[in-house]
Write a protein that binds this ligand. Structure first.
Ligand code: FAD
Length: 501
């Protein structure tokens, strides 16, 4: 049986399972919010279905700044409680849930003579920030100009006085999301990507399921559920309107773009660059590159059409350039954009509070607006409450592949595998990287790099197809591997991946 028929047969089987009986919970939207909610509910023993119109993490959840953070800048808007909550969840994700996929990252905030904040204020800010995390990542403090330049060699020296230091965590967002889908499936959830909800099933005024269409082969099918969770992020009001055509808009959208830049020398820390009183621009070492961004601009268009424009790229380079030397347009490897979901209402986009809002519609559908990576567990608990299931029994469960990446990398290097490839696989798959090594043992050609300039290997394509629900070239190159974001997804590679799928 060819790989093509295997994937198609699998999808038909999943659709048949989705059509069988009544689920306790149907989650619409496979971004991190929906995925995490499905995982939590499945862990509790509920029968859970999760569907996404595109790929899992295909929208906002692969377009973030990749930080698991308390949110230093929320202190500026006085949101101390939110920061403390975020810190608690950040530390749980980094220490218990995904220590193999999430790593600590030190940030410095340069203080310039002409900058918007002075050293005393920033020093107090990072101190409070670290205190709200019970100093679990060390003490937020001010460092000298020389020390700052050692951490971030590209810092503009003119006018540089000192810098404030703090610690957060970072990850590859789409890989963490895919690993969470896997955890949900291991806990019993039935999942299907590339399957869009086209309408809700309503009986006696209650939402009792949804009608879907498979985007790959056009098949139509339905899912019945006791509770429907609308976790469609930027599309949340579209689904609310399916429930109640008179529903007033509940959110506003704000576009945030990022640039992935080739890096020519190592950085020890990331830089948080204050742009004005509220906004900052990040320059973060990530995937051997620098991740720069983000912008914050009201967005009125079709959510699926959001793109980083030339103007966005220019703005990002300009803003980062207020503190960094040597940023060049020709070093841009990739640019992307996503949409923040902000509670509706008046006020400037950049100062709007970023808290999760969960509402219940007249038909009983729950809708979530504005979840974050750090609300990973919170939404699952709300859903369980609503279904009358206590969440107390649930333990913190790690994502699949929990292991010390250094140990996994050592085993892979002995496999033998090039050290850079081994380190890459260990930090993106944890112990599941050993499954990739097995594929390479059976077929050594799968151990070849997909592109000579990047650490991804062909075995990852096979694994993405067979074990990670990848159905399209972008699923593989943009979200299961790092080819696209490194600017290495050449037409030859794209067509070879398409053949393998
Ligand atoms: C620029 C930017 C930077 C950010 N940086 C960070 C950060 O560093 N750290 C952090 O914690 N958070 C960050 N966030 C926030 C975080 O990324 C989001 O809060 C999170 O990804 C939202 O996930 P979600 O599941 O709600 O939405 P999404 O990821 O957008 O998922 C919604 C899903 O619903 C699906 N869908 C829509 N309509 C339908 C339908 N009819 N049927 C089926 N499926 C449907 C879509 O295909 C989509 O996949 C950032 C956000 C932005 C925009």
């Amino acid at each position: 049986m060819s790989a093509m028929t295997t994937a198609a047969t699998d999808r038909a089987a999943v659709r048949a399972e989705l059509g069988r009986g009544t689920f306790d919970l149907l989650v619409i939207g496979g971004g991190i919010v929906g995925i995490a909610a499905a995982w939590t509910a499945a862990q509790a023993g509920l029968r859970v279905a999760l569907v996404d119109a595109g790929d899992f993490a295909g929208a906002t959840s692969s377009a973030s700044t990749k930080l698991v953070h308390g949110g230093l800048r929320y202190l500026q808007t006085g949101n101390v409680r939110l920061v403390a909550e975020n810190h608690r969840e950040r530390r749980s994700l980094a220490a218990d849930v995904a220590p193999h996929l999430v790593s600590p990252r030190r940030f410095i905030v340069p203080v310039y003579a002409d900058g918007p904040h002075g050293a005393a204020k920033l020093g107090a800010g990072v101190f409070l920030y670290s205190a709200l995390s019970a100093f679990g990542d060390g003490l937020g403090r001010v460092i000298s100009r020389a020390h700052a330049l050692e951490q971030v060699p590209a810092l503009r020296t003119e006018g540089l006085k000192s810098a404030a230091v703090y610690t957060d965590h970072q990850m590859n967002d789409s890989r963490v999301a895919i690993m969470t889908v896997r955890a949900a499936v291991e806990a019993g959830a039935v999942v299907l990507n590339h399957a869009a909800v086209r309408g809700l099933r309503i009986s006696a005024g209650r939402v009792v399921g949804a009608d879907l269409r498979d985007a790959l082969d056009g098949a139509e099918f339905g899912v019945a559920a006791r509770l429907v969770l609308n976790a469609t992020g930027p599309w949340v009001d579209r689904l609310r309107a399916m429930e109640d055509p008179a529903a007033a808009p509940s959110i506003r959208l704000s576009k945030g773009a990022h640039v992935v830049l080739r890096r020519h020398r190592p950085w020890k820390s990331a830089a948080t660059i204050p742009i004005d009183k509220y906004r900052v621009s990040f320059a973060i070492p990530w995937e051997d590159h620098l991740l720069l961004g983000t912008t914050d601009e009201a967005y009125e268009g079709e959510p699926g059409d959001v793109r980083a424009t030339d103007a966005d790229i220019a703005q990002i380079l300009d803003e980062a350039g207020t503190a960094l030397d040597g940023l060049r347009r020709e070093d841009v490897a990739y640019a992307f954009a996503g949409l923040r979901v902000l509670p509706g209402g008046p006020g400037d986009v950049a100062t709007a509070k970023r808290e999760t809002v969960i509402t219940e519609g007249p038909g009983g559908m729950l809708s979530i607006a504005g979840g974050k990576w750090t609300t990973y567990r919170h939404i699952g608990r709300v859903v369980l409450d609503r279904l009358g299931v206590g969440a107390e029994v649930l333990k913190v469960v790690p994502l699949p592949g929990l292991a010390a990446p250094a140990a996994v990398a050592q085993r892979l290097t002995a496999a033998p595998m090039a050290p850079a490839v081994a380190a890459h696989l260990a930090t993106h798959y944890g112990a599941l990287a050993l499954d990739l090594a097995d594929l390479v043992r059976d077929d050594p050609a799968l151990g070849e790099p997909i592109h000579p300039d990047g650490p991804d290997i062909w075995a990852q394509v096979v694994y993405a197809r067979d074990r990670e629900w990848a159905a399209t070239t972008d699923d593989v190159l943009r979200r299961r591997t790092t080819l696209t974001l490194r600017g290495l997804d050449t037409p030859e590679i794209r067509s070879r991946v398409a053949e393998m799928l």
